[in-house]
Design a protein around this ligand. Structure first.
Ligand code: PBG
Ligand code: ZN
Length: 338
């Protein structure tokens, strides 16, 4: 019998000695193609309205939107996702289904200049409704009123009809992909049938499959001017306490025909990402949301953290946990470093 070695023979530090060695054994790499860049578009010309709680992000008009997307494209970013700020809001969010609405116009403007850019449209109602909810509200004066349900409840199936129409309108305007973020039951199936019926069988759906009722959406709601006027979104978005429920949501969306599955938010939900990676072979996306962005920006502005390093570490962690794609307001800033 040999005596036990004086030192353990396994020494992980051997592979950390030099930058070259570390580069050789690096497991996760960020690429500009990983990023989907969220953009806010409003009516007007030459608008570049700063969003106070999201330093470096702006509400853009069609012309400045195209400039921003061009900047992203030139850095290797291949996709943007659009959120619209309508000219007016009403109970049914009618501008979202208007072919001349802010987002259909923006899609057309982008595709004219950047035909190969993947333009994704988030077809949720909440930016367009005066009550700020992601669906049709149960009220006696509204079609689909159900006296068995409480007033103010977001009606599931009337909302499906509405977002299916929005999907078709945005795709007719040139969108390459639609992304429903409303967390209605059956939304993927409803949109899939509507797109297929309109001849758009080739247009993929990226489903916000596991979207949590998070407090991290605050800055987005400033940006999109879309906070709910009453109540909150806990009757449709997921409870942050639940993990197994995310698997169920994802299984349903897969059966319904989703092409990409998303988890949202990202950083606080890395366990969900890691578990879903084992459960699906579909591409997995994660949304690093406005609050995650704002926290990093705010701490960095105070000099408390190194912005660039924390930004890259956050994105790397999301990818390492299992995300194939990352929706992030840092897309341009990060891509410029890669
Ligand atoms: C709309 C929507 C929201 C976000 C994306 N789509 C807000 C919400 O659900 O209240 C949040 C994105 C972010 O915070 O960056 N349903
Ligand atoms: Zn919504």
């Amino acid at each position: 019998m040999l005596p036990p070695p004086a030192y353990p023979t396994a020494r992980p530090r051997r592979l950390r000695l030099t930058p070259a060695l570390r580069a050789m054994v690096r497991e996760t790499h960020l690429r500009p193609e990983d990023f989907i860049y969220p953009l806010f578009v409003r009516h007007g010309e030459g608008v570049r309205q700063p969003i106070p709680s999201m330093p470096g992000q702006f509400q853009l008009s069609m012309d400045t939107l195209v400039e921003e997307a061009q900047r992203a494209w030139d850095l290797g970013i291949r996709a943007v996702i659009l959120f619209g700020i309508p000219a007016h809001k009403d109970p049914l969010g009618s501008e979202n289904v208007d072919p001349h609405g802010v987002v259909p116009q923006a899609i057309a403007a982008l595709k004219r200049v950047l035909p190969d850019l993947v333009v994704i449209s988030d077809i949720c109602m909440c930016e367009y409704t005066d009550h700020g909810h992601c669906g049709v509200i149960n009220a006696p004066e509204t079609a689909g009123f159900n006296p068995q349900l409480p007033e103010g409840y977001v009606l599931n199936d009337p909302t499906l009809d509405y977002i299916s129409r929005a999907a078709v309108v945005h795709v007719q305007a040139g969108a390459d992909m639609v992304a429903p973020s409303g967390m209605m039951d059956g939304m993927v199936a409803a949109i899939r049938s509507a797109l297929d019926a309109a001849g758009f069988e080739h247009i993929p759906i990226m489903s916000y499959a596991a979207k949590y009722a998070s407090a991290l959406y605050g800055p987005f709601r400033d940006a999109a001017e879309s906070p709910p006027a009453f109540g909150d979104r806990s009757q449709y978005q997921m409870d942050p306490s639940n993990a197994r429920e995310a698997l169920r949501e994802v299984q349903l969306d897969i059966v319904e025909g989703a092409d990409i599955i998303m988890v949202k938010p990202a950083s606080f939900y890395l366990d969900i990402l890691a578990r879903l990676k084992e459960q699906t072979t579909l591409p997995l996306a994660a949304y690093q949301v406005s609050g995650e962005y704002a926290m990093i920006k705010a701490a960095a502005a105070n000099g408390w953290i190194d912005e660039t390093r924390v930004m890259l570490e956050s994105l790397l962690s999301i990818k390492r946990a299992g995300a194939d794609l990352i929706l992030t307001y840092f897309a341009v800033q990060a891509a410029a470093l890669l």
